[in-house]
Design a protein around this ligand. Structure first.
Ligand SMILES: [Zn+2]
Length: 390
């Protein structure tokens, strides 16, 4: 099993052929002596990743630390089993993907859906629960609740405890009114095990599962010039990751009430979301977390919906970056811009121009890289356009 600690959390490489972006994991620092090993949680860490990089099961790490939730906070100290081998030193130069599809030893296992609902038995305490019949990795989706007590429900996706998710199995409060409520869900890239959801209304609990399929994209093997990959080790990379992780952690009220719109007027779409790739010969397999829209430098970039600008700045990998918090745990990110026309803290409306297309950061051609992150995890952007929910 590979134990190389990842050096980078998120990196974007844009290629000449339509452009593409790649994300690689964050630096993990190992601390602790030989008797009791501990690990200090860094920005972007997930319980899943901390555990699997050490050959542990996420549920064992929870148990050892007496944790009831898989949510980690930066600076938190985790106990590791004594006598276990430490991961390789952080000097290792090759970045490791967050979800290596080539690795079979860290395949996430779903939490057993004890008392999972039989098909059709999706009613709990008078509340009807509707979910998609099937999902693909990287899907955003909506769990719908209807009925008089739908607003009392709390929802969690319990299978996330065994996955590479930032805040697994978070307790989610439905959004809505008048007996019709929604909870935004997502399937992390790399996951093909069933998604398990839990709905609680008062003392009643409903559990169900949804099958998940892969994207069936063959791995692309690419080679990049050093001038681009050098951006991955720029001194301000840790700050870049810290800034986006802070945006992913936001849980503000839903700010939109109209369908989402495309971020620019173009017919050219490089639909490479979720594409697994290697960027170095024999290098790790990495996913593409966004969608690329090739367009000339200077083309207007527009907010996909109402929200608040939480990032507007230039970074080594993402280049000219704007991130908009739409509330409900949904953040849209616009990479590689040549010009930014909004400032952090500003409220924006759907369709408002926020910047211009460019080729800044880790990019080799003018395009917009758009990401739609649900509670920090990447979802397929086109699922949102012209719809109120994905
Ligand atoms: Zn891209």
């Amino acid at each position: 099993m590979k134990r190389l600690p990842p050096l980078f959390k998120t990196a974007t490489l844009t290629l000449l052929l339509g452009g593409s972006s790649v994300f690689v994991p964050s630096s993990l620092a190992q601390t602790g002596g030989s008797a009791t090993l501990t690990y200090t949680v860094k920005a972007g860490d997930t319980l899943y990743r901390v555990a699997t990089e050490r050959g542990l099961k996420p549920e064992d790490l929870l148990r050892i630390n007496g944790l009831s939730s898989a949510t980690l906070s930066v600076g938190q100290t985790l106990k590791l089993p004594s006598g276990m081998p430490a991961p390789a030193p952080a000097a290792a130069a090759s970045p490791t993907p967050p979800n290596p599809v080539t690795s079979t030893s860290v395949t996430p296992k779903p939490v057993a859906p004890a008392a999972a609902s039989a098909p059709g038995s999706n009613v709990i305490a008078g509340v009807t629960v509707r979910v998609p019949a099937r999902l693909k990795m990287g899907d955003g989706f909506v769990l719908r609740l209807s009925g008089e007590r739908a607003g009392e429900a709390v929802v969690s996706f319990s299978s996330e405890v065994g996955e590479d998710v930032r805040m697994p199995a978070e307790t989610l409060t439905p959004i809505g009114a008048a007996g019709e409520y929604q909870v935004l869900g997502r399937v992390v890239l790399g996951k093909t095990t069933p998604l398990v959801y839990t709905v609680k209304v008062g003392n009643d609990v409903l559990r169900g599962s949804i099958p998940v399929s892969g994207l069936d994209q063959p791995i692309q093997h690419l080679t990049l010039p050093k001038s681009l990959t050098d951006r991955l080790t720029a001194p301000s990379r840790p700050l870049e990751e810290k800034v986006v992780e802070a945006a992913y952690a936001l849980r503000t009220p839903q700010a939109w009430s109209r369908p989402f719109a495309a971020p620019l007027v173009t017919t050219a779409v490089s639909s490479s979301f979720g594409q697994p790739r290697t960027y170095l010969t024999g290098g790790p397999v990495l996913y593409h977390y966004g969608m690329d829209f090739p367009a000339p430098v200077g083309t207007s970039v527009r907010a996909v919906n109402d929200g608040r600008v939480v990032i507007a700045g230039t970074y080594p990998v993402r280049g000219g970056l704007v991130a908009i918090d739409h509330g409900a745990g949904l953040v849209s990110l616009y990479f590689h811009q040549s010009r930014l026309l909004v400032k952090a803290g500003e409220t924006v409306k759907r369709g408002q121009i926020i910047g211009q297309v460019g080729t800044t950061g880790l990019s080799a051609g003018p395009h917009l890289h758009l990401e739609m992150r649900v509670r920090g995890e990447a979802t397929l952007p086109t699922e949102y356009f012209n719809r109120l929910w994905p």
